[in-house]
Design a protein around this ligand. Structure first.
Ligand code: HEC
Ligand code: HEC
Length: 196
């Protein structure tokens, strides 16, 4: 009796969200629930050090979880967490989060810095991070509307070499830093925080 009621609730929620098959299974939603404590309800984080993951490409999420699991991507906590899940569970959760809607975070930004950052982005980053880095199909995380402290930490990892990104991205970052000087990263971050 109780199980039927639970199934009904989960099914109603799933139907409200999307029609994807794998993402609709109750176990996908129940598994994903264990991530809400940090990544926020449905994967839209409310804390600045933790990224939102709602609406990212399924393939990107699977890839990232496997990188964490294998210790191939620098992390404070995610390697420990990812190790607790099987390949099937990771696929199922990734499909579920991919079917959720990304809600960009509202953050303060300096208009002047954001303008300078927009120029740098268009020149050096846009070809891989289109629409200010909000397109799931790019499979490169989200930039605009992603929490600034998290993005800053990601870029620090990229520059320290503990984060696997295409060589072309490292080169693009170097060029942006040459062009924008010491403020370049800060300007890019203000642009991503301001983009609507
Ligand atoms: C204790 C808090 C916590 C929990 C629970 C947690 N995460 Fe995370 N997650 C983080 C933090 C912090 C980061 C940033 C990387 C790091 O420092 O480990 C992150 C990063 C990520 C990223 C990278 C996003 C990007 O932009 O590339 C993905 C994907 C992710 N988590 C998925 C999950 C999934 C799926 C679960 C549930 C199984 C989960 N996380 C549970 C804290 C958490
Ligand atoms: C050649 C393509 C390419 C270019 C050019 C590029 N990137 Fe990336 N970037 C990627 C890919 C692919 C990833 C995802 C890597 C992974 O799997 O973790 C990424 C990841 C990132 C991340 C981490 C996102 C997260 O969720 O943690 C940030 C931040 C970032 N890029 C910023 C930039 C900035 C700023 C520029 C321009 C100076 C830039 N990128 C140029 C391809 C590129």
């Amino acid at each position: 009796m109780q199980l039927t009621a639970l199934k009904g609730t989960v099914l109603a929620c799933s139907l409200a969200f999307s029609g994807a098959t794998l993402a609709d299974s109750p176990s996908a939603e129940m598994l994903s629930n264990t991530c809400f404590g940090c990544h926020g309800p449905n994967g839209n984080s409310v804390g600045p050090a933790i990224p939102s993951i709602a609406g990212m490409a399924e393939t990107y999420l699977v890839d990232v979880m496997n990188q964490y699991k294998e210790g191939a991507r620098g992390s404070t906590i995610m390697t420990r967490i990812a190790k607790g899940y099987s390949a099937e569970e990771i696929e199922s959760m990734s499909a579920w989060f991919a079917s959720q809607k990304y809600a960009p975070a509202t953050q303060m930004a300096d208009a002047g810095k954001a303008k300078a950052g927009a120029k740098l982005h268009d020149k050096y980053c846009d070809k891989c991070h289109s629409e200010a880095g909000t397109l799931a199909d790019d499979e490169a995380g989200f930039l605009a509307g992603q929490w600034t402290p998290y993005l800053k930490a990601s870029l620090t990892d990229v520059m320290a070499g503990t984060r696997d990104v295409p060589k072309k991205m490292t080169k693009a970052l170097d060029k942006a830093k040459k062009k924008g000087g010491d403020d370049a990263i800060d300007q890019l971050l203000h642009f991503y925080a301001s983009y609507k």
